[in-house]
Design a protein around this ligand. Sequence first.
Ligand code: CA
Length: 466
Amino acid sequence: MNPDSRVKDECCSPQLETGIAAMVITGWARSKWMLTAAVCGLLASCANGPPSTPSPKPGVEQPPLAETGPIRFTSSGHAAMDAWRDDFAARAMAAGHDRALVKSLLEGIRPLPLWLGSEVQAATAPSSQAEFAKPIWDYLKVPMGQTRITSGKTKLTALSPTLAAIEAKYGVDRQVLLAIWGMETSFGSFTGKDDAANALANMAVEGRRRAFAEAEIYALMEIVENGYARRDQLGSGWAGAMGHTQFMPTTYIAHAVDFDGDGKRDVWKSEADALASAANYLARSGYVKGQPWGLEVRLPAEFDYSLADGSERRMEAWVAAGLTPITGGAFETGGAEFGELWLPAGHEGPKYLLFKNFNVFKTYNRADSYAFAVGLSGDAIMGKTGPLTPWPTHLAPLSVADIRALQQGLNDRGFDAGAVDGIAGRRTKLAIQAFQKTLGQVADGYPTQRVLDSLQALGASGAGMN
Ligand SMILES: [Ca+2]
């Protein structure tokens, strides 16, 4: 689960919505934490005998008075981080969070080079994330590699009873959980070496997603206040996602479950808890058991590729347009009545009908390539081969700079490609399709050198043609 992949969100992130919901119940959590602290203090004083008026004795050190006022932190060595922390800690305490907890979460924060070093822009800019910078066939090499799929098959066998029980309770197919587990942490091999509070503090100081990061740190407070986990258990990846299936803190609060029955929602150490938590999250996001995420299709020789426009159409309409499953026979959609035609690499590559579950995968990570990798690798773990159509590897992918130039050129000519961000998202693809149509080219929306050349050939004289 990678928050930066959601930078291109056009709607409110489900994570953020969850964060708002989490804050509503924080008041109760807070009072429970403070009550616990008060009871502990009372018990401690009882254990030392009946309360009496303290009388200073010469030569005996007196206990320090409780600290008040601003928390005095040890400097992180980073002035902007120290300033943010002083401000945020004051706000957290003003909101009623326990001073000792706030201090324990933030005392050890340190600037991470990934977030606050000189390479920060290159490392975390959305346009350079793997999902967008690589052609889809390169992106799929690791999730579809033999190592990953073999490990998935091993887990499928070893955890069969657990997976069956989770599948029965939450209605999420086991191969989907295995695929996400593989994508997120390579089945628990790489759950991250950072501390969630530190990673999120770095995100907050870096600034572009400060409100998001602060909401997630408040969720960490709630996790400790409620006793879900101890302060020292909050390990995470570089962006604050935690455990086997990489839950953000707000997602943890809203969706994590205890499946092994020990009373703890332990996504860090318990495979059963982590997998069931992911299943619960997907089920609540609308997963439909037994429906394919997508089916590879064959198209007739003469086909209007502009139908691959992001719209869902009835299965009857697709059959009437000449689509057939690439494996032959009739479509088996598990009851899905609508599908979307998707061309991950244009009209020369594999073509898919996508169903609702594809979008459910995107609640984890909004990149189409991520959802595609979950679907394909899940199928592969179950022994199914795909895609059957070869990738058009002769089409050199455009660089991020080229895609920016393409977007700017399209926008200049009245084709709305959206933000000039170097990411050929769905809006850019629709603009390319509209442009291709005006030239009489196959309108598949795929960003190729040919499209860029066509656009640049128009030069300034083409301005306003649309
Ligand atoms: Ca548990």
